[in-house]
Write a protein that binds this ligand. Structure first.
Ligand SMILES: [Zn+2]
Length: 440
């Protein structure tokens, strides 16, 4: 049955940034059929939902995440060497297909409750992540990670490519789940492997490539020492700086790097909170966007930023650029919401299908409850969303015409079971940390 949502503030994020203060939207199957202002045409065949003046906007896009790592949230806080002290040993010992499934379900619940409808993920046992994204009803770009530090699901790059092939075989042609290949970073793959990925990607034009790029000083050092180049140049040398590459971070980029990213059609996933919390710095996203690079707003894994909540990224995204520019002007709120929706979709190559509320696009949308006093008065609807709204203001979530959440209750996952399974794994991780600290 078609759905008609009326009496809503419809924020379209279309090319004109149209906002209908009293608008409506008609959904048929998995698509948006029509969007309009005022009273909708009489329609007796549709289920009519009165939004009671709430906001209807596109579902949000999180273009860089490690869903399963939600089980590592808050682990080893403020310890500078925690990656080598805790994370890598724990990953080697505990990360299994089952753990990835459990962690990804916990993440899926959080993403849905925060109004994220599309997520790009990179991790191990990624076929399991794809299955969880599918069962949760989300849309995802799921990337099998390749790395040389003895990751838990491949002992060699040949085995890593086998994992990629399995993932692609399971999900190619899927409506909502796009398989992807994810070389971890320049220093953890190396030029020959990146060149092999570039060749493989050329043979599989529908499979997007994701990677961490220009994230930290030690990466600059590795690139300088081994190639006398900068990270972006090393990736270009390997032939991997290509259209559709989803590059996470791009924190340590200079003018020439930005020009190279723009020239090659790369999209960037900006992780303001995760970068800030690691003390790494602020990515020059104003300069990148001015150069024509699409930039989306991402959470990174919950190990790095503690949350998969995009609303909690918005203020830092805007404030960091204002601090860099010593001015109120940089990164206006409307631009932040663009990045969280249509521009994030462009980073993932999905902007023809999602990211705005327009006829013909997929019905991926969220309803924001405006009952909290915190949200009023509204002089600028985008600044309200960026600086005042919080994730729990999201009331309903729809992906491809299917409700995943109504009245804050997630319909596609069993909340209690997901939490119980997650806490069980967390207690084992806690015991392991205690053993590491005791030097056992
Ligand atoms: Zn990451």
């Amino acid at each position: 049955m078609p759905t008609l949502i009326k009496n809503a503030i419809v924020i379209t994020l279309d090319a004109e940034m149209a906002v209908h203060d009293r608008g409506w939207l008609r959904i048929e199957g998995d698509r948006i059929k029509a969007v309009g202002a005022g009273d909708p045409p009489l329609d007796f065949a549709a289920e009519v939902i009165d939004a009671d003046g709430d906001i209807i906007m596109p579902g949000m896009v999180n273009p860089h995440c490690h869903m399963a790592m939600s089980l590592f949230r808050g682990l080893g806080e403020d310890v500078d060497d925690r990656l080598f002290r805790y994370i890598l040993p724990i990953e080697r010992k505990f990360v299994t297909a089952e753990m990835v499934r459990t962690g990804s379900r916990l993440a899926a619940l959080e993403l849905i409750q925060g109004g994220v409808t599309t997520v790009a993920d990179m991790y191990y046992f990624e076929t399991e992540v794809g299955r969880v994204v599918d069962e949760a009803g989300l849309r995802g770009v799921v990337g099998q990670t390749l790395a040389d530090f003895q990751p838990p699901d491949h002992a060699s790059f040949d085995e890593g490519f086998e994992r990629v092939e399995e993932l692609v075989a399971e999900f190619s042609g899927h409506d909502r789940v796009t398989p992807s290949i994810a070389p971890h970073a320049p220093y953890s793959t190396g030029v020959p492997v990146m060149a092999r990925v570039a060749q493989w990607a050329a043979d599989h034009p529908d499979v997007p490539v994701q990677m961490h790029l220009a994230e930290m000083e030690s990466e600059l050092d590795w690139c300088a020492k081994n190639h006398a180049l900068r990270p972006v140049e090393v990736v270009e040398l390997a032939g991997l700086l290509r259209k559709g590459l989803i590059a996470a971070h791009c924190l340590l980029v200079d003018e020439a790097d930005i020009a190279a990213l723009a020239r090659n059609g790369v999209g960037v996933a900006h992780n303001a909170r995760s970068n800030g919390k690691a003390g790494r710095g602020i990515a020059p996203i104003e300069a990148m966007r001015k150069a024509g690079i699409p930039v989306g707003i991402a959470t990174d894994g919950a190990m790095s930023g503690n949350t998969l909540d995009l609303f909690s990224q918005f203020a830092p995204v805007s404030i960091f650029q204002k601090l860099l520019g010593h001015s109120r002007k940089p990164m206006p709120a409307a631009e932040v919401i663009r990045m969280a929706t249509i521009e994030g979709a462009r980073v993932l190559g999905l902007d023809a299908r999602i990211g705005s509320l327009e006829p013909g696009k997929q019905a991926d949308l969220i309803r924001i409850d405006l009952s909290a006093p915190r949200l009023h008065p509204i002089y600028d609807i985008y600044s309200m969303l960026v600086f005042a709204a919080i994730a729990s203001d999201v009331r309903d979530v729809m992906v491809a015409g299917r409700w995943l959440m109504r009245e804050r209750k997630v319909l596609s996952l069993e909340r209690k079971k997901v939490l119980r399974d997650a806490l069980q794994i967390a207690s084992a991780l806690k015991a392991e940390m205690t053993a590491i600290d005791a030097g056992r």
